[in-house]
Design a protein. Structure first.
Length: 214
């Protein structure tokens, strides 16, 4: 059921939606935001990666080194099997890059609501990882066929770091490119104020497009 015309939809974005938005240029930004607005109005949307994330978390929690990932490829619905087959090798490679399975534990993360100016952005890591030496990481997964752009990496990691006291205290934000098994961390020398200024501008434009979208 769509919202009545008398109740305009408040501008809102998820971390995924906002970082995909900042990746776009020119007219494609307006098209993308219009699509997000329509999806919000219809309350539609389906996450095909749910079982995959659950399997990856199980491998971390039970120290099984990829067994659950192997199994989920076989049990997922045939429609999603090619997707899971494409994701599993990179995810397993990243899992093994963490070290011995018994040296890593799953950590609980919490979602946060970021405000970029007047735009609420839901910050929702997929899970946390705690290492034997005490280090912790809050992990967001990137599933797309193309690698995340520099802009998407910076926006994701910055917004997670900005709210880490709530998400997983003292943790480092990590964006894992699942298909390539590559972990992205905040590069050295990045200036917080510059990223804040950039994202504030992007958020203001997002709100303006949202408000004018049919």
């Amino acid at each position: 059921m769509t919202a009545p015309a008398s109740m305009p939809l408040t501008p809102y974005a998820t971390l995924l939606g906002f970082t995909r938005y900042v990746d776009r240029t020119g007219p494609t930004k307006a098209t993308f935001v219009g699509g997000l607005r329509k999806q919000r109005a219809s309350r539609s949307g389906f996450n095909p990666h749910g079982q995959f994330v659950k399997a990856l978390k199980a491998d971390i929690a039970f120290h099984t080194g990829g067994t659950h990932l192997d199994q989920v490829v076989d049990v997922v619905k045939p429609r999603w099997r090619p997707l899971y087959q494409a994701l599993a090798p990179g995810a397993t490679a990243w899992l093994r890059s963490l070290g011995e399975p018994t040296s890593v534990d799953l950590a609980q993360t919490r979602d946060a609501l970021a405000m970029l100016g007047d735009l609420p952005v839901k910050i929702n890591p997929h899970f946390g990882v705690r290492h034997a030496d005490g280090r912790a990481e809050a992990v967001r997964l990137h599933f797309d066929e193309t690698p995340p752009s520099e802009e998407a990496v910076l926006a994701t990691l910055h917004l997670m770091a900005r709210h880490m006291d709530h998400i997983l205290p003292h943790a480092e934000p990590v964006l894992v490119d699942v298909r390539r098994g590559q972990a992205h961390r905040m590069p050295d020398g990045v200036k917080f104020d510059q990223i804040e200024h950039w994202l504030a501008g992007e958020a203001a434009a997002f709100r303006a497009i949202w408000s004018t979208a049919a």
